[in-house]
Structure formats: C-alpha cells, structure tokens
Design a binder for this molecule. Sequence first.
Ligand code: ADP
Ligand code: MG
Ligand code: MG
Length: 208
Amino acid sequence: MNTEFFAAWIEEITSAVRAGRDHLTELDAAIGDADHGTNLDRGFTAVGEALAAAPPGTPGALLVLTGTTLIRKVGGASGPLYGTAFREMGKAFGEATEISPAELSAGVDAALAGVRRLGSAAEGDKTMVDALAPAAAALSRAVRDGLKPEEALEAAATAAAGGARATVPLQARKGRASYLGPRSVGHEDPGAASTALVFGALRAAASR
Ligand code: ADP
Ligand code: MG
Ligand code: MG
C-alpha cells in the first residue's frame, strides 16, 4: 500500500463522513451536543485542502498531516483523538514508501495506543475505542492467519461495525455522554459509529 492508497483512504473517509454527517450528528444529539458529524465533515474537508496544497510523498507524512489538520480544525473530544490516531499511525510508518499488511496492522495498533493514552478510555466505556480496538485485533489476527489484504481489511471493517453496534446497550463512562449516566444506554456512540466509517473506507480504498 503506497501513498496513493492512503490518499484514496482519506478520500473515501471524506465521502463517507459527508454522506453520514447528519446521521452522526443525530447520534450525538441523543447523548452529546449534536456536533459530531459536522465536526468530522469540517475536519476532513480541511484535510483534503491541506493534502492538495502540499501533497505528501510518503504514507507516513500523509497521515501525520491528516492528523495535524484534524487537531487544528476539529474541536472537542474527537479532533484531538482522531488527530492523534492518524499521527501515531503515520509516525509508525516512518519514511517507508510501501506499507505491508503487517505494517498497517502495527500502525492501527499505534493509533489505538495513542487514543487510549490521550482519552484513557477502556473497551466498554462506550467510545470510539469500542470500534477501534476490535478492528485492530481483527486486522492483526487476519495478518497472522495470512489472509489476503482485501480479506484482512474486510475483517477489520466488519469488526469495527460490530463494535460500534455493540455500544448501544452500554452506559458511557468517558466523554460528554458520561454526564447522562444511565440515560446514555440505548444509543450508539457517535465516535464508534464514525470509526466504523473509517474502517469501511479502508476496505473501499482497497477495492478501488
Ligand atoms: P464532543 O463530545 O467534544 O462534542 P465529538 O462529538 O466530535 O466531540 O465526539 C464525541 C465522541 O468522542 C464520542 O462519541 C466518543 O466516541 C469520543 N470520545 C469522547 N471522549 C473520549 C475518550 N476519553 N476516549 C475515547 N473517545 C472519546
Ligand atoms: Mg459532540
Ligand atoms: Mg462538541
């Protein structure tokens, strides 16, 4: 997977976030402050502009610029968290021009570690970690089992979507939704839902 592949991933995320913007914002209206879809749409629009203005030469540089732009343009919880995720993945890739499935898996692990470090959410706290952690685990398992890259990305996308759906019955213990206590139960976490879009976009980039 080269720089072009990761640029395609960001494009796929941008269209998925645009198409899902109102849905993400409705999820956030139920247990937050109704801005998650607009936050991410604004952020990825800015990422597209930043990448077009100064096209990065490596996957690592592309993801670091993506993360930095998200931190700069998206406020609230999700900007720094997503920004850190993309920056950590980019840093894990270093100067490499071609990323293997095993390296991609290590990059997703680094993203998860960064999100955990910054937000200190555990699995089950009803956050984006509930989609990101199973996606990272599924990708790592798929790579270890020698699955084809497209199959590995399919497994990661399926795991992220399952993780997001599984946040519905949980009570939030981190972020704004935690202020609602038991009233956060019965709603899908918006950040977990957007993380599922991010992994769906990775699968879509691979089948372009
Ligand atoms: P804000 O809550 O500041 O308005 P967003 O609405 O854009 O920010 O993002 C909310 C999402 O951020 C939540 O649905 C959750 O997935 C994620 N989130 C919030 N706090 C944390 C945290 N401490 N760790 C991981 N994810 C978090
Ligand atoms: Mg919000
Ligand atoms: Mg907000």
